[in-house]
Each structure stands twice: as structure tokens, then as C-alpha cells.
Design a protein around this ligand. Sequence first.
Ligand SMILES: [Cu+2]
Length: 399
Amino acid sequence: MMNLWTLAQTDTFFLPPQASNLSHDVDWAWNVVLGVTGFFFVLVVVVMLLFVLKYRRRTPNDATPEITHNTPLEIIWTVVPVVILICFFFIGFKGYLNYDTPPTNAVVVDVTGQKWRFSFQYPNGGTSDILYVQKDVPVVLNLHSTDVLHALYIPAFRTQRNLIPFRTTNIWFIPEELSPKDGFPLFCTQYCGQDHSRMHSVVRVLDKKDYADAMAQVANPFKEKDGNTGKSRWIPYVELGHKLYEQKGCISCHTIDGTKGTGPTWKDLWKTDVQFAAPPGTAPLKASDSDANWEAYITESVLHPSAKIVQGFSDQMPSFESQFSPTAPKDEELRAIITYIKSIGNTHYTPPIPADSELYDADKHPDHHPEFTPEHVKAIEAAGGAAGNAASAPTTQNQ
Ligand SMILES: [Cu+2]
């Protein structure tokens, strides 16, 4: 068992590790305030105890002398704290100016807060649900919220700010330490509703090479590189759909094991009759309806969730239209989710191609994902370039 002394020497017992340029200033200000107030706390308590002893009542007839005031003493106990507070102000103000002035050469990452997850978008257009940054490279996070007030807090970087609807705020930092493998924690620190406590993620601080790999991966979610063999493969839609289910935050409201969450479970969703509570009079969707109808229904549920409300649920799902806008390659990501939904606990559906098929070997089939629709491939080719690469990103600098 760790004893208190060893624990006290770890980063996390008192303060988290100092992993950014801001940490040193913030901790210094904190230590100064703690030291000064601690000193006066001890001083006041000790003097008070001494006086309690020294001036205790000794006989029943003790009388208190009449003291109205003491001018020198009053000047001292006013002036000394005022001077100390002015010092605190300057330490704080100087730190705040620095905290609030991002460098101009920083990498800009767009952060969107949405009940109940964060999403990070990089200059290459890719998005992820955890934040990737490169060691020693300054980063500005532009913060937005699509619904209510959230806040983003990264204790190891000593920085935090609100995400405010209809407004952009920002924070910046230079990560100075590589993170542990599972990253430094990142939290929402404004109570934002039922699943606020699940609104957390991590920041991974990577070296140059790992960062480039992570950027390539977020830019092209369809392709994956095996770190050990160096081989690339196309991720089968069933598997990609599961990843997106986690990354896009569907997981915070939809279960896949049949239990009820904020939204209906996805287990057996495909081709099980759905009754609607709103708008009134909407005909139920039947198991016997065509595949095309079912796909259209799921697409509508994601892009325009308020159009129809499933019986027993309320209109709580945010629209994901901006993330699956019907242009390549985002439309294919939505198809991957639909394929995944079809596969969950369902006897009406078997994925078209075995997951281990060599069809998914991206080195053998570099042009495009085996499950892209022909229209999608055409659209990408029309936009110029091989389908596989065009699907990767607007910019190819990280490929
Ligand atoms: Cu939140």
C-alpha cells in the first residue's frame, strides 16, 4: 500500500501534473496565495491561543479594561493586507493577460459541445471525440456549443472556459509533456443536464510522428493503419459504425443491449415496428416496410430527429445534420452507422461481406472502400483523384 508520504510526492495527490506552459504560472499564483494565507492563518490561530491563555479570567472579580481603539494597530492591519492584495492582483492579472492572448502561429482546433459530448475538428477537416495535440506546438481551441452552456476543463493544462451557445470563446496552451497512453482527462464543468457526469474525454499529447498518424486516421475514418505490420485496411462498415456510435456520442443516449436510455435502444431496431407519439396521426413504421423506407427513416432520425418522435420518448435528440451532411464522405459515415444498426441483435440482416475478407486489404485495393456506393465513388472521382484518397481529407499534408 502506498503510504501518505509517497502519495504526497506524486503529481496527483495535491495538483495534477504540470503539462502545459500555463501550468507553471497558475501553480505559482496558487502557491503564493496558499502560502501567504496559510502563514496568516497559523499566525492568527497561534496568537489567539496565546491570548486565550494569557488573558484568561483568573478570579471571579476580573474586570476588562475599557479599550475603544488602537490607531497604529488598525493602520497596520489595514495597510498590510491591502499591499498583499495588490500583489495578488498583479500576479493574477499578468497571468490572465497571458492566458487570454493566444499566439498567432497556433494550430486551431474547433471544439463543439453538445449534450453530452465534445467533438474536435482539425485543420484537415477530420473530427474525433478525443483531443489530439502535438508536444511543444501551440494550440488554440475555438469553443462552441450547439445547445446549452458547457465548459471545457483540462486540469493538467490548468485551463478552462465556458462553451456558450451562439458565441465563440477560446483557450490556448502549449502542451509540454507527452501524455500517458490513455491521455490527460478533460471534463465538462458546467452542469448541462441528465448525463453531464458522462461528458468527459481525454487529451493525448503526441510526438510529431504519432500526431501525423492520428491526423491521417481522423481525416480518413474509413482506413486504418496497423501500427505493427504497417499494413492498411478498409474498416468494414459494421465495425466503423460501432466506432462512430462511440465517437459521435450516440452512445450517451442509445444502448445496444436492449436497455432503455434517453433514446430507444438500437438492439433489434432494424425491422421492428415503430410507433410514433408525434406528430399526431403518424402511421407506424412496419417490419414489412421496404429496406429503402427503413434506411430513409433512420437517416431522417439522425438529420431531423424532431420530424417524428418515437412513442415513449421525448424530443431530446440533437440534429446531427452538420456532421453527416449529405456530401462525401460524410454520407458514407451515416451509411456505416445504418449498417451497424442493422447488425445489432438482428436476425433480419447479415453483413454483406465477411469482416476478414481480403477485400478490405487497402494495400491491395487502394482505390476505394468496398462498401462505398457506386454514386459515392463517382462523386469523389468527379471531384478529382482516386476515391480512396479523396475520401481521406480536403488536405493531404498528413497522409
Ligand atoms: Cu456539458
